[in-house]
Design a protein around this ligand. Sequence first.
Ligand SMILES: [Zn+2]
Ligand SMILES: [Zn+2]
Length: 137
Amino acid sequence: MKNIIELLKENNIAPSMQRVKILEYLQNHKTHPTAYMIYQSLADEMPTLSKTTVYNTLKTFVEKGILVALTLFENEVRYEYNTEPHIHFKCTKCGKIYDLDKSFDYCTNDLIDGHKVLEHYVNLKGICKNCLVKAGA
Ligand SMILES: [Zn+2]
Ligand SMILES: [Zn+2]
């Protein structure tokens, strides 16, 4: 994981404490949080943080390609630190979103039926392993 301050400087973003904290949160929490979840998690620690700052900061990070904004299964936007393309699996019972390592056979720049793939986003829905155990299935 890249040093946050270096990363912000490389992208011509002034590394303010709030920006560093927001990015740090997303590097450490692979839970695909919404902007509001990020705000709630950081508000105690940073009483001066406003929702607007969180939204604006996330927007900047997405524009710079540091974060990815995901509209997974609902209209809600969720954020994650920009990693390799991966598959998302959402549990319909507990609502958790998992990253799956498994990738499809094709990758970017492959041709499928003559179409050139530049990016792929795959979202799966089902019942996660934890919920399966609880249900005794
Ligand atoms: Zn679940
Ligand atoms: Zn993900």
